[in-house]
Design a protein around this ligand. Structure first.
Ligand code: MSP
Length: 633
């Protein structure tokens, strides 16, 4: 059992929460819930960044005091986190006394040790980013390098933190701790930034220009720079200088989760501040990408920002959490559109998972008087299902540890699809009419047991819906939510009464307005499909592991393929064009959710794509390297 201390950025209170805030907070929540399942002790911190020019300006604009601005906005965050099922252990506000005292103590200490000094400052300032720049950071147009907006000229006396003297140390630390900044390309970005000579950091603002901040303990004419104040939340919340035992218990942080736009403050300023304070470094600063609206940046002015409250009200909390976690490959940008959300919901949740639950529960209700039957000896098919579920559990564990949540979720969904195929192949509805009740018992037990494991593994992502699912399997809300139980087969007790619940994930019918505008104006034609219909097809990349000729069928090859973590067999009519050797090792594209079929008595689980013209055939392959299991569409 280890400890896991995870933080989100603390959010500005100048505006209402948006999808970016929700994303990082849900990510921290999902990681926290997984670590609790792994048996770790977890401390999950989030909060609000309440000082600085941004907040002061928003308050002026709204005709209220900065404190009123904070007090009016903070409840919107708290309410949203409650709605989203966020299980944070603490919520820190930088206007709280417990935080301000720590910031002052740190400032006094650094000042008394000569690490903070006063000097004249001439430079440019970007208000939206709350960042200072010197002329060497800017080009002739004097636009902010972070956000591209105009900067203001500033000349004044200020206090500086001796950041520059730690530059070599920081480069060395980053070099010798490959996990310190993740993903790797962000680490390189910081190292690139550190190729230029580092300036000392201006950490004060004259009170006459900005009054909304923490007063410097050694000069009441100045307040503290908001970033210097804000970063300290990660240690003030866990008792730095105030509660030694609590601090020793939780520090260093396992992860500071941040968005890519606040990389420099977290990977340059913050480590150097800690070093100057003689505090250990956090284990990892992890920067995720941005949610885009389609392929555009989300912004208030473009009116394309996704409001998390709207999404929750329309589709429910858990599907929203699921989409955000399954869709973003951690590190890169991801695209949010309502149409993509609905497509994923309908295919993964309504068709795959919802369908599996309703089949299992209905068959048990109808044939076994709603009691989970006792299984007999396991046949090959049953054992394959067992290993699909146990392998999903293993993959989830390593995906969480490697910060590849999308992969973990894909592994669980692969188990769901396996279970659906298992049900198709075992055809319990036929068994119910036959004369082998023992076999029916086994199939129904295996279906229910697969659902127990799958729902446990998905519970950090969709806690509410998985609780409902588990309730329908006769389980208590928190029962069996430990990695040990989720890595073992056969924990469901025969005889347990199941409950048939209403559809867990009712299908969402696509509204016309979501369909791409281009298509809207086209006259209806019988051979056009909607995006929703197209979305039913799961096209995926697959790697051909081996290939062999099918005896007696000169057109067919039998292929063993890998789709992500899943291995399958397909039969393809390509033997006239490709030899088994030419096929092996290739990355092809397959329809992965085609109903299994028998071709010449051989089972085929999917279909590969190829282009045909004039009697010739060429495989559809992908350009460059991409792992198997990638979505094609
Ligand atoms: N207050 C600072 C953080 C201080 S931490 C010591 C801040 N606040 S913020 O409210 O502007 O932004 C918080 C986070 O939201 C950032 O990590 C930012 O990357 C993230 N996002 C803002 N828009 C986003 C998207 N469209 N997509 C994903 N995250 C984005 O910065």
């Amino acid at each position: 059992m280890g400890k896991f201390y995870v933080t989100t950025p603390i959010y500005y209170v100048n505006d209402k929460p948006h999808i970016g805030h929700s994303y990082t907070t849900i990510l921290a929540d999902v990681l926290s819930r997984y670590h609790r399942i792994f048996g770790d002790e977890v401390y999950f911190l989030t909060g609000t960044d309440e000082h600085g020019q941004k907040v002061q300006k928003a308050a002026e604009h709204n005709g209220i005091s900065p404190q009123q601005q904070c007090d009016a906005t903070v409840p919107r965050y708290i309410e949203l986190w409650k709605k989203l099922g966020i299980t944070n252990d603490d919520f820190i506000r930088t206007t709280e006394a417990r935080h301000k005292a720590v910031v002052r103590a740190i400032l006094s200490d650094l000042h008394s040790r000569g690490l903070i000094y006063k000097a004249d400052y001439k430079g440019r300032y970007c208000v939206p980013c709350e960042r200072f720049f010197t002329d060497k950071d800017l080009d002739d147009r004097k636009l902010c390098p972070e956000c591209g907006r105009p900067t203001d000229e500033i000349v004044e006396s200020n206090y500086f933190f001796k950041m520059s003297q730690y530059q070599d140390w920081l480069i060395e630390h980053i070099g010798s701790h490959p996990k310190f900044i993740q993903p790797d390309f962000r680490r390189n970005e910081t190292l690139g930034f550190l190729r230029k000579k580092l300036d000392d950091l201006c950490i004060s603002r004259p009170r006459r220009r900005l009054s909304w901040g923490i007063e410097l303990p050694f000069d009441p004419d100045y307040v503290c720079y908001v970033w210097f104040d804000a970063l300290i939340n990660y240690i003030s919340a866990i008792g730095y200088t105030a509660d030694a035992a609590k601090f020793a218990k939780w520090w260093p942080a396992s992860y500071h989760l941040i968005g890519k736009d606040i990389l420099t403050t977290h990977t340059v300023y913050w480590p150097i501040m800690l070093k100057a304070m003689n505090v250990d470094m956090p284990e990892c600063i992890f920067a995720h990408g941005w949610w885009l609206s389609g392929s555009d940046k989300m912004s208030k002015s473009l009116g394309n920002a996704v409001n998390p409250m709207d999404m929750i009200d329309r589709y429910g909390v858990d599907p929203f959490r699921y989409f955000l976690m399954a869709e973003m490959v951690l590190g890169g940008d991801a695209s949010f559109t309502e149409a993509a959300f609905i497509t994923k919901y309908n295919s993964d949740l309504a068709n795959d998972l919802g369908n599996l639950l309703s089949r299992v529960v209905k068959m048990i209700a109808k044939n076994r008087d709603s009691a989970i039957p006792a299984p007999g000896a396991l046949a090959e098919d049953d054992k394959a299902l067992v290993s699909a579920c146990l392998s999903a559990a293993e993959q989830v564990r390593s995906a969480v540890e490697d910060m590849k949540l999308d992969k973990g979720i894909a592994a669980i969904l692969a188990a769901v699809r396996h279970a659906n195929r298992y049900f198709e192949n075992s055809a319990p509805w036929k068994l119910a009419k036959g004369n082998d009740p023992g076999r029916l018992d086994t199939v129904l037990y295996c279906g229910a047991e697969a659902l127990r494991i799958i729902s446990g593994l998905l519970s950090p992502v969709m806690p509410g819906k998985m609780r409902e699912l588990r309730k329908s399997l006769g389980m208590a809300p928190e029962e069996g939510l430990g990695m040990e139980e989720l890595s073992k087969w056969g924990m469901l007790k025969p005889g347990t009464k199941i409950e048939d619940i209403n559809s867990l994930f009712p299908r969402i019918e696509v509204k016309e307005k979501l369909v791409d505008k281009k298509h809207k104006d086209e006259p209806p034609a019988d051979n056009l499909v909607t995006i929703d219909e197209f979305g039913k097809l799961k096209l995926r990349t697959a790697k051909v592991l081996s290939a062999e000729k099918v005896e007696g069928a000169d057109k067919l090859l039998r292929l063993q393929i890998e789709i992500g973590s899943e291995k399958r067999q397909i039969v393809a009519g390509v033997a006239k064009f490709y030899t088994p050797e030419q096929m092996t090792g290739r990355t092809i594209v397959v329809v992965s959710n085609l109903k299994p079929a028998k071709i010449r008595g051989i089972e085929s689980n999917g279909m590969l794509l190829a282009a045909k013209a004039g009697g010739d055939l060429k495989l559809i392959t992908v350009e460059g390297e991409i792992p198997s299991g990638a979505d094609v569409g």
